[in-house]
Structure formats: structure tokens, C-alpha cells
Design a protein around this ligand. Structure first.
Ligand code: AMP
Ligand code: MG
Length: 303
């Protein structure tokens, strides 16, 4: 079996596979599988959930997941495969894990320009989420050895494609409010994009849908949130954890990775019940528990 087939098998069974792109090595998982997306946050050791870039093989695949304006489509057709990520509204019924969007109604999409990445995506036949394959807070990896040094046994397999050609992350442009906005400078220069669009790019706006570090109020449920519940009160919608059980339980076995996988979809389900308050069971601060509690605190913050 060749390396790409091995990678596909591991990814299909929920594993994590690092793979080369032209920008940096990505830590890939099946974008449709909540649990394997949760494993990415655990492997990177992130203290919070940030949305992940979804990698696809074709423009048609991207159009099935996000709503592209004519300008967004033009950029995709012009610069993909390449170091450009487009953030667009998620389609209704988009099957990508809500955790990959960190609960946002938007999705970040890209076709990477690397022969191994493309072969992997084609053989996989499913979108892959892939943040940089390094522990949180460390330098992005541009060789397979960097990935092994940084993540070691936390990754199931590293697909080795030699050093990355671009070596910096993709440029990120959002199309969420009628204006193309530069969320992150990266491997594709701003002026090249502006020339193709025939207009200057707007800056990232403060607010939930836009830039990293500005995600404080993202996905705020309609209901108020009561955290660290150790008893249930009448009239509240309930989100359980472990033995603090309820109809919706983040993880009956008390596993924080499973809880992360369920977090956003269960919050959405509870919010649809129109209760004034969602009570959430106490979740320990171990492992991904820290990111889950961070997210819940933001959702609970007054607004
Ligand atoms: P990376 O660390 O290279 O995987 O890039 C992830 C970055 O892409 C995030 O920190 C956001 O800035 C941006 N991003 C990804 N998905 C979204 C999204 N759904 N909405 C807004 N920004 C996103
Ligand atoms: Mg990174």
C-alpha cells in the first residue's frame, strides 16, 4: 500500500494525518467527523477553539459547502489551487463539523497547491480540516521532521512531501458582509488579489465573524448560559456531562474530547428549544476541558 492510501485509510477511520501543502504542513482530519476534528484541538493543545480551514480537491467541492459571491468565485477560479483561503457563509445543511467552524455560520475553504495534498484529497473524496501541524504557540512546520519533532505520537502518520515551497500560511479573505476583507496576510500578495478584484481589500472588522483573536462573542446562543451546574433547575434546557446526565449529554463517559466534538451541535439543538436558560454541567479543566470552558464562558458573558 502506498503512503497516500495508508493516509486515506487512517483518515477514514478517524485518525490524524499530517500532510504537506505548499504553505506549511497541515494536521489533517476528516472535516465531517466531529470526533476527529476534536482530536486536532487536543493534539495541538489549544486552550481555545479557533475555526479551522477546510481543504477540498475542487472548486465544485467548495461550492457544495459554502455560498460564494461572484467575486469569491472569481478568486477561487483564478488562484486555486494556491495559498488563498476564502471565508464565506456556510451553506444550509453543510455537512462539515460545526466544531471546525468553531460554531460560526461561516466556513474557510481552500484548494492547496501541492501534488501530494491534491492526491490525498482526491483519493479521500471528503474535505479535510488542516491547521498547521504544530503544537499551539510553536512555529509552523515546513518539513515532515518538524511535524514529528513537535507532535510526535499525537499524529497517526506523517505524509512526507519534502520541504514546503511557500513556507508561510495562506492569505485569508472573507466575503461575509458584501466587502472582501483581508483577515490575514499570507502566501498570496494583497496587490495581486486587489488587481484581480479591481478594488482594494477592506480591513478585518472587529466582530465575531472576522479575524483571529476577535472571536469573543462568536456563536452566542439566544439563551442565557448557566455554567458549572451541579443540580438541574426546573425550566432550564440541560446540557449534561458524565454522571450529571440529561437528554443531551456532551459525554456520558466523561471524555472531554468527545465533549468537544458535541459542544457546538448540542448548543445549537438546545438553543432551538427556546428555553430562557441553558444549564451546563460542570466540565473538568483537564485537556480539552479548558477550551470547552473557555468557549462556554464566552457564550455566558453578558452582551
Ligand atoms: P490556520 O491556523 O492556518 O488553520 O488558519 C485558521 C484561521 O482561519 C483562523 O484563525 C481564522 O482567522 C480563519 N478562519 C478559519 N475558519 C474561519 C471561519 N469559519 N470564519 C472566519 N475565519 C475563519
Ligand atoms: Mg498555525
Amino acid at each position: 500500500m502506498n503512503d497516500v492510501s495508508k493516509a486515506v485509510n487512517l483518515l477514514r477511520s478517524g485518525g490524524l494525518v499530517a500532510f504537506p501543502t505548499e504553505t506549511v504542513y497541515g494536521l489533517g482530519s476528516d472535516a465531517l467527523n466531529d470526533l476527529s476534528v476534536a482530536k486536532i484541538y487536543a493534539a495541538k493543545g489549544r486552550p481555545s477553539f479557533n475555526p479551522l480551514i477546510v481543504h477540498v480537491a475542487t472548486v465544485a467541492d467548495a461550492l457544495a459547502l459554502g455560498e460564494f459571491s461572484s467575486d469569491a468565485l472569481m478568486l477561487a477560479n483564478t488562484f486555486w489551487p494556491g495559498p488563498l483561503t476564502l471565508v464565506v457563509p456556510r451553506r444550509a445543511h453543510c455537512k462539515v463539523s460545526l466544531l471546525a467552524s468553531a460554531g460560526l455560520p461561516s466556513i474557510a475553504l481552500r484548494i492547496p497547491a501541492h501534488p501530494l495534498a491534491l492526491e490525498l484529497l482526491q483519493k479521500m473524496g471528503l474535505p479535510l480540516v488542516a491547521p498547521s501541524a504544530n503544537p499551539s504557540g510553536r512555529i509552523s512546520p515546513t518539513t515532515a521532521q518538524h511535524v514529528r519533532d513537535g507532535l510526535g505520537g499525537r499524529v497517526d502518520f506523517v505524509l512526507d512531501g519534502g520541504p514546503c515551497a511557500v513556507g508561510v500560511e495562506s492569505t485569508i479573505i472573507s466575503f461575509l458582509d458584501g466587502h472582501p476583507r483581508l483577515l490575514r496576510a499570507g502566501g498570496l500578495a494583497r496587490d495581486v488579489i486587489e488587481k484581480a478584484l479591481g478594488q482594494t481589500l477592506h480591513e478585518a472588522q472587529a466582530g465575531p465573524l472576522h479575524a483571529p483573536g476577535q472571536l469573543e462573542s462568536h456563536y452566542a446562543p439566544r439563551a442565557k448560559i448557566r455554567l458549572n451546574a451541579t443540580i438541574w433547575q426546573d425550566g432550564e434546557a440541560r446540557l449534561g456531562f458524565g454522571t450529571m446526565d440529561a437528554e443531551l449529554n456532551l459525554s456520558r463517559k466523561g471524555d472531554v474530547v468527545e465533549a468537544a466534538a458535541n459542544l457546538f451541535s448540542m448548543l445549537h439543538q438546545l438553543d432551538q428549544q427556546q428555553a430562557a436558560v441553558i444549564a451546563v454541567a460542570l466540565i473538568p479543566m483537564q485537556g480539552l476541558g479548558e477550551a470547552i470552558n473557555d468557549r462556554l464562558r464566552r457564550a455566558a458573558a453578558p452582551r
